[in-house]
Design a protein around this ligand. Structure first.
Ligand SMILES: [Zn+2]
Length: 462
């Protein structure tokens, strides 16, 4: 059994939204009250209160109604959060990490968690507990939680960039396979992480999988360009240090946070899909061990402004995490392997090769050729005991990640992107003359330079 969490949006009326934010704010009050309590105790040179049970006693002493509509269970979840953070910091400090800090930052909104038995989740309808005497709070999730109701262990209410979410956590059983279909730990596949191909995988018997992440990279670039343009447009109104921003500036900041959050969600979703593809492939080929080349050793190095930005946008830690999480549920082991030199070593003759600049790897010693990322994946598999794998085979499975991203499909145009042809879309888009839908070859006249005239002629001809 493992615990897995899925995030669902909330469909709430304006009144419910106010109440839900009220709960989060009350949780923030609980958090701040604990911080203040420990601040007093520190001044009196008393030991801080950090144990969950002592904090619960303090909460009970504060009496009902102190924290608005927040019920005891919800308030206790904040105490649990504080206690966990405190002891985690204490443990790290004891281990010699002096940069670990005890919780000290005051927070306006704090997530609230309720455990099974205190809430009711029926399909998409979620009934949250509230303090005694308050009107019941029943909201709708915007999608079905991906777990059966009896597996759900907790729900967590949280706000991100002005939107409300519920994290549904469930106890999920590790997959059970029919006889002969179970993943074999002896069958090792190498996984190379990249930007263009988030996952390039080489498995036993020359089975190869390439997951393309071009849509993700396009989304990152588009977002970067869009964010820069937004910033340039409002830079004039940026407040000086210590100055309160104008209302328009604050509106811009809110909008910026929304756009950032949406971009993050899109990339995360696409990376989840990519990892799911890899796991589906691994289960199909009965791969029991995924050897993942871990490039994080070199990420700490300063590689210049542009390259650093690219590396951050890559979110390689998330790629490894989602793959590990999904592998655990599928009963597949993930082993991290040092990936240094794997893309510049020939898988056939094991000699060093100058790092290829493009996508194609060619060995000058033995003539072995193949896709660069798949060669790296084969080398990673070999390091984890996967044996020699021919990288040059025709059995490459191609998959794409991020099919839902805007601009990938013509039916979902990206509003941030200017179309290649025609006037820019925008508030003035409708004022120009419409362009003809199709122009038969050879019918272009001198007049067709101007779309309006051409349209009129073209329209009269038919
Ligand atoms: Zn070679």
């Amino acid at each position: 059994m493992v615990h897995r969490t899925a995030r669902c949006g909330l469909r709430a009326t304006a009144g419910q939204r106010r109440r839900l934010f009220g709960l989060l704010r009350s949780a923030g009050d609980v958090w701040c009250a604990v911080l203040e309590l420990n601040e007093w105790r520190r001044r009196r040179q008393d030991a801080p209160l950090a144990g969950y049970r002592e904090l619960c006693e303090q909460l009970a002493r504060s009496g009902p109604g102190t924290f608005g509509q927040l019920d005891t269970e919800g308030a206790r979840s904040v105490l649990r959060r504080y206690s966990d953070a405190w002891f985690a910091a204490a443990k790290r400090r004891k281990a010699g990490d002096k940069s670990a800090r005890f919780p000290r930052r005051r927070r306006g909104l704090v997530p609230v968690r309720w455990y099974a038995g205190t809430f009711a989740l029926d399909g998409r309808v979620l009934r949250l507990p509230v303090a005694r005497g308050c009107v019941p709070l029943v909201v709708r999730l915007d999608r079905d939680p991906p777990y059966p109701a009896e597996q759900v262990r907790s729900v967590t209410l949280l706000a991100e960039a002005g939107r409300l979410w519920v994290d549904v956590t469930a106890e999920v059983p590790v997959a059970v396979y029919p006889d002969g279909r179970a993943p074999d730990p002896g069958r090792v596949a190498g996984v190379d992480l990249g930007v263009i191909h988030p996952y390039a995988t080489a498995g036993p018997g020359g089975q190869l999988l390439l997951v393309s992440g071009r849509a993700i990279r396009a989304e990152c670039r588009q977002h970067l360009r869009d964010a820069r343009a937004r910033h340039r447009a409002v830079a004039r109104r940026a407040p000086k240090p210590g100055q309160r921003g104008s209302r328009r500036w604050r509106q811009f900041r809110r909008r910026q946070r929304e756009v950032e959050a949406r971009h993050r969600r899109r990339v995360r979703q696409a990376q989840h899909e990519a990892a799911k593809t890899v796991l589906g492939w691994a289960v199909q080929h009965r791969v029991g061990t995924l050897a993942v080349g871990d490039p994080r050793g070199v990420l700490g190095l300063d590689a210049g402004r542009r390259h650093n930005q690219r590396l951050r946008a890559w979110r390689v830690g998330h790629l490894i995490r989602v793959l590990t999480d999904k592998a655990q549920v599928a009963g597949i082991t993930v082993a991290l392997v040092d990936e240094r030199g794997t893309s510049s070593t020939c898988p056939a003759c094991a000699r060093r090769v100058p790092k290829p600049a493009g996508r194609v790897f060619t060995c000058p010693h033995c003539g072995q050729a193949g896709h660069r990322d798949l060669v790296a994946a084969a080398n990673i598999a070999a390091r984890a005991g996967g044996g020699a794998i021919p990288a040059q085979t025709a059995r490459i499975t191609h998959r794409r990640a991020g099919a839902h991203l805007p601009g990938v499909h013509p039916a979902r145009r990206d509003p941030r992107r200017r179309p290649h042809h025609g006037p820019p879309h925008g508030p003035l888009a409708g004022t120009g003359p419409p362009r003809p839908r199709s122009t038969p070859a050879g019918s272009r006249s001198r007049h067709s330079e101007e779309p309006g005239i051409h349209h009129r002629i073209y329209g009269r001809m038919h």
